[in-house]
Design a protein around this ligand. Structure first.
Ligand SMILES: Nc1ncnc2c1ncn2[C@@H]1O[C@H](COP(=O)(O)OP(=O)(O)OP(=O)(O)O)[C@@H](O)[C@H]1O
Ligand SMILES: [Mg+2]
Length: 357
């Protein structure tokens, strides 16, 4: 099977819980060896999708394919899947060793092979020496590593991870993300990772599937979702979005007036002191600085323009700006939302200037 063919595929999957339509015509293709994130708000159906792939839930209609074969009627235990659950990641009453050995014992693997495999996995996850501990005697990060090893023990072809870091504090979570990314790349296992944290998805995944209200809104690489969002939901959900009113009052944007809403991002806005930048100030608009927030490596400048409070980023090396100061605000581009359609619009003066230059 080549790199680009899908290893896991969902075709027109629907799932109801009673009257509730939890998965609506889900179509997903996951290439072999890739790490794909399912990203969406709480209740958007991420766990439901994972549980159907694992055979823990059954779709009402549609097909689930693994390695090109329809597996709807194949029991979960025969699908070659390892699962790291959203909660209750480990068996509390079993040692680390027994937790990792669990799946192998179910498969009646000889004890000598189990010993070798557990020791290999303990080395892989960097937890050697902790075999005899119980889950309560581990740190949160160690527990998740052991859960990862337990899922990998029977050599699955697919690894499913449901918010594996949800209960872990921010700093360890950051370390674990990078760790997981490295592990999965090293093992080369096709993996699906559920999260509702966009930074986690962007950092970890080769590709992101955005879910909302039981549907897939968009599938793409992190940069595709960011630069070319397909739906109003994705524009608002990915990146730092600033909804803009009175879009018709912004200058230098074509087709003004008829669109209903626009979305800006801090990166689309430049703020200059009066006279600081001649090129942009010709086509900038005047705004008043309402707040300046120190963000460590840069400054967030909050500026009022046409009734909107916009956030822009400015380098700490740029000339000093004060609260209350009137500044030049240059909008490079923005997203316009027209019903279900999203279009990126560029400041027209950019085009005019590039012609002159
Ligand atoms: N067994 C069930 N019976 C009835 N409704 C359910 C069941 N499981 C899930 N649901 C509903 O289906 C919807 C999707 O649930 P799911 O667990 O897939 O969401 P999720 O995206 O994983 O959310 P979270 O980020 O909170 O984990 C929710 O509205 C949920 O209440
Ligand atoms: Mg969930």
């Amino acid at each position: 099977m080549s790199e680009n063919t899908s290893y896991v595929e969902l075709r027109h999957i629907n799932k109801h819980y009673g009257d509730f339509h939890a998965s609506k015509d889900i179509n997903i293709r996951i290439p072999k060896g890739k790490l794909v994130a399912l990203l969406g708000p709480s209740g958007s159906g991420k766990t439901t999708i994972l549980r159907m792939i694992a055979g823990l839930e059954h779709p009402d209609s549609g097909e689930i394919l693994i390695d090109g074969k329809v597996v709807n009627d194949v029991p979960g235990s025969d699908r070659g899947i390892g699962f790291v659950f959203q909660s209750y990641a480990l068996f509390r009453y079993m040692t680390v060793y027994d937790n990792i050995a669990f799946g192998l014992r179910v498969k009646k693997t000889p004890e000598r092979e189990i010993k070798e495999r557990v020791s290999e996995l303990m080395k892989l996850i960097g937890c050697e020496g902790l075999e005899k501990r119980y889950p309560s005697q581990l740190s949160g990060g160690q527990r998740q590593r052991v859960a990862f090893a337990r899922a990998l023990a029977p050599n699955p072809q697919i690894l499913l991870l449901d918010e594996p870091f949800a209960a872990i504090d921010a700093k360890v979570r950051l370390e674990l993300r990078t760790w997981l990314r490295d592990m999965i790349t090293r093992i080369g296992i096709t993996s699906i990772f559920v999260t509702h944290d966009q930074n986690e998805a962007i950092e970890v995944a080769d590709e992101i599937i955005v879910t909302n209200l039981g549907r897939v809104e968009q599938t793409g690489t992190p940069s595709e979702l960011y630069t070319d969002p397909a739906t109003p939901f994705v524009v608002r959900f990915i990146g730092n979005s600033i909804p803009v009113k009175n879009y018709d009052r912004f200058q230098y944007f074509e087709e003004r007036g008829k669109e209903s809403a626009a979305i800006l991002r801090p990166e689309f806005i430049s703020i200059f002191k009066k006279g600081e930048n001649v090129q942009y100030s010709k086509s900038a608009e005047e705004g008043v600085v309402e707040d300046i927030i120190f963000r460590g490596s840069n400054l967030e400048i909050r500026v009022r323009l046409h009734g909107n409070l916009l956030s822009a980023i400015r380098s700490i090396n740029d000339p000093d700006i004060q609260v209350g100061e009137t500044v030049d605000v240059f909008i490079h581009r923005l997203f316009v939302i027209d019903g279900e359609k999203v279009t990126m619009k560029y400041n027209q003066s950019l085009r005019e200037e590039s012609v002159i230059i």
